[in-house]
Design a protein around this ligand. Structure first.
Ligand SMILES: [Zn+2]
Length: 341
């Protein structure tokens, strides 16, 4: 299977992460890259670098205002006396008026949902190329190359059209799905990350042409807390085109696979002709976030379940943090898919 990655994605190296009132090392480490590369290669993936498709396919999902902020904010932040080396807001307005602050600090609060998405010198370039990798994966599929794996990192599924959050800046899965949609296909996004894909949901919430489905640990007691509940079903034309399947903390393989069956039935009933898998691997029993308890065997079965759909699949990397099984979990998904396809 073809895999896509660009070395400029190494440039994002976040330092800070705040949890439970403590400043901790950020878990979205560049070291994830080599573990995921090894995991993909063990499943027979051959990596190539993406072309530069420009900002158009990214701006098809993100606002020009947000992209302007994201490209320039690190440079602007340096003009603040005594500023730190990462852009982290100290205000997160839950309700935003129509007004748009002029200051770097105000705009940072406007466009960064939490403290888990610090922006440093290389963040924009890394996220830009992570998105280009996703676009490259979509183009590979459109060119008839078949299913592919995108090592998109930094990840994307918590990023809304105008809002970064939870380690995410540009929504790679949404950008890829929109690219496929613009080429006349009818995509469904299935998000198997342990965290709800709130940004992806937000981007397509009022649309009926891209189905969004997410399986995740119940947000009543798990990030992102404010999205991911079963009653969020879309709005307007999109009502009924968003499906959330929150799972009890610690759910094992059987519970996860049962919910995935429900998700894939919905994909079929959408008439989807291509699937974007928002491939978080942090539902693993070994993941430091400890939300769900999917085993390596479970990840093989997840891969096989996607193969059983009989549709081309674009696997877009989301979360999944350093543990002894991170690379193996990726190998298992891709092997499970290829064996059953
Ligand atoms: Zn996650």
């Amino acid at each position: 299977m073809k895999a896509i990655f660009d070395d400029r994605q190494w440039l994002h190296d976040p330092k800070h992460f705040m949890a439970n009132g403590k400043i901790l090392p950020n878990p979205e480490q560049p070291g994830r890259i080599e573990v995921l590369q090894a995991g993909a290669r063990a499943a027979g993936c051959v990596f190539e670098t993406p072309k530069d498709a420009g900002l158009g396919p990214i701006a098809a999902v993100h606002t020009a205002e947000y992209l302007t902020f994201f490209k320039n904010i690190y440079r602007r932040w340096q003009y603040i006396d005594g500023a730190g080396d990462e852009v982290i807001p100290n205000i997160h307005p839950a309700r935003r008026s129509d007004g748009y602050p002029k200051s770097a600090t105000g705009q940072s609060g406007y466009h960064q949902a939490d403290t888990a998405c610090p922006i440093a010198k290389g963040t924009y370039e890394a996220a830009y190329w992570s998105a280009q990798s996703a676009i490259g994966g979509a183009d590979h599929l459109l060119d008839g190359g078949g299913s592919a794996y995108v090592l998109s990192r930094p990840p994307g599924h918590h990023a809304f059209g105008d809002l970064a959050g939870g380690f995410c800046f540009l929504n790679n899965s949404a950008i890829a799905a929109q690219r496929l949609r613009d080429a006349g296909l009818r995509p469904a996004i299935v998000d198997v990350d342990v965290h709800h894909g709130n940004g992806t949901q937000g981007i397509f919430y009022d649309r009926d042409d891209v189905l969004t489905v997410s399986l995740h640990a119940d947000p009543d007691r798990f990030y992102p807390f404010f999205w991911g509940h079963a009653q969020e079903r879309g709005e307007g034309r999109g009502l009924g085109c968003n499906l959330n399947l929150p799972l009890a903390r610690g759910t094992h393989d059987e519970g996860f696979l049962k919910a995935l069956g429900t998700a894939l039935e919905r994909v079929s009933m959408h008439g989807a002709d291509v699937v974007v898998v928002a491939l978080g691997l942090d539902a693993s029993i070994d993941d430091p976030f400890q939300g769900l308890a999917v085993t390596q065997d479970g990840f093989s079965r997840i891969g096989a379940a996607f193969a059983a759909l009989g549709l081309p699949v674009l696997f877009v990397q989301e979360g999944g943090y350093l543990s002894d099984s991170l690379g193996k979990n990726l190998t298992r998904v891709l092997d499970g898919y290829q064996t059953a396809a």
